[in-house]
Design a protein around this ligand. Sequence first.
Ligand code: ZN
Length: 446
Amino acid sequence: MEICTVGGFEEVGKNMTAVKIKDDVFLFDCGFYLPGVIELQEESNIDYTTAALRRVKGIPDDRVLDNLKWRKQVKAIFISHAHLDHVAGFPFVADRYPNAVIYGTPFTIQVLNSLVKDAHLSISNKRKIVEINSINNIHNVTKDIKVEFIHTTHSTIDSTFVALHTPEGIFFYALDYKFDDTPTFGPPPNYKRLEEIGKKGVKLAIINTLYSYKKQSNGSEKDVDKMLDNVLSVAHDKQAAVFVTTFSSHIERLNNIVKHAQKTHREIIVFGRSMAKYINCAMNVGKCPFYSKIKIVKYRGQINSMFKKIDSDRGKYLVICTGHQGEKNSILDRIANGATPFRFKQGDHLIFSSSVIPVEVNQESRRKLDAKLIKMGVELQKDIHVSGHGSRDSKIKLIKLIKPKHIIPSHGNRQQEEDLICITKELGYKLNETSHLALNGQIFTF
Ligand SMILES: [Zn+2]
C-alpha cells in the first residue's frame, strides 16, 4: 500500500490523499484552501480557473501524481462529505482523471453537482451515489477491493468515514467528524461498524487533528438546540428585527433554528444564494423537513423588496442569513455597509449560531463587522454553537475502535498534527514507527 499525502497535511483545508494498491490509485477528497480562495475573490469577481487556484494555493497540488506516474492509474475518487475544503477542488481537477468514477453520499454528490454548475464547468466523470453505511464494488477494479462509506456525525449531513478494503488490509480515511451521541438530526455514529472494522484490521488511518489539544468535549448539537430555544426568546419584542446567521451547509442547525423560530410566530425568511443552494441540495435528497416552513429569497431584486417589508414591520419576520464570518458582499456585510434598503436600529437582535473560523482573514473581517453592528445598536448574541469537530475524546474513541496499525494526522499545520501525535503516544504508538508526520506531497509505503 503506497500513500501520497497530497494536501491538507500542512494546513487546515485543501484535503487530498492518494492511495495506490498494485496498479490502481484512489483519491480521497479534493478541497479548497479557503484563505487562498478568499485572496482570489478579493482580486476579482470573475470565475476561478484551475491556474488561478493553483497560484494562490487554493487547491491541493495534485501535479505530484504526474511526477509519480500515478495520475493515469486513478480509478476512483471518494468524497467524505460536502464541505468545501473536501469537495470544492474537484470541479477544477476532475478532467485530469477522466476515467475515474466519483463516489459520494447523496447530499455530497448533490453539492458537488451544484459546485460544478456554479463554476460554469462541466465534468465528464461518472458519479455514483452511494448509500450511507454501504460497501461498494469499484468500477473497473478487481472485486477484492471495495469501498465503504460509514455514517458519522459532523456539521453537515451525509458525512462519512471512508474505508478502502484491500487484500493488504483496510485504509481508513477519518477526516471531519465529531462523535455526537445525541444528534438532533439522524442517528448517532455507526460505532458498531467501526468496531467490526477494527477487528478486521486497519493498516493505516488518516485522522483529523483539529481540537486534539482540547481536553473538554466539544459538546452535542442537543446543547445548541437548548441554547437556540433560549436566545430566540428575544423575538417577543415586536419592535425589534431578529436575524440569525449560521453556516449554510449545516442542515441540522438550520432545522433547529427553524424549529425554534416557528414558536415565535414570525414569518421565517432565508436570505442568500448559498443558503438556497444547500437547502435545495438537502431537499433534493429528502433531508429538508423544514422546507415548507421557510421562504427562500435568493435574487437581488426579491431581496431588496423583502428588506423593505422587514424594515417597515420588524416584528413580523425572522431572518436567517449568511455573513457570520464577515464575508465580503454577504447579506450581513451589505446591511452593515448601508447597502440594503433595510437598516439595523437600536435594539435589533442578531444571533450568531456559528464561531469564527480561527484564521486571520476571518478574525479580522468579523472584528470589523461586529464593530459596525455594535455602532448601530444591534444586540449581538455570539457563539450559539458547538463545533462539528471532535476534541480529544473523539480522537481517542476512534483510535480505540478501529485500532489502526499506523496513523497519519491530517487537516492541520505541524503544531496541530503534533497534538494528535501526543494522543497516539499515550495509546502506545511510536513516532516514525507506527505514527507518522506528513508533509504535502510525501510518499509512504506500508
Ligand atoms: Zn467538514
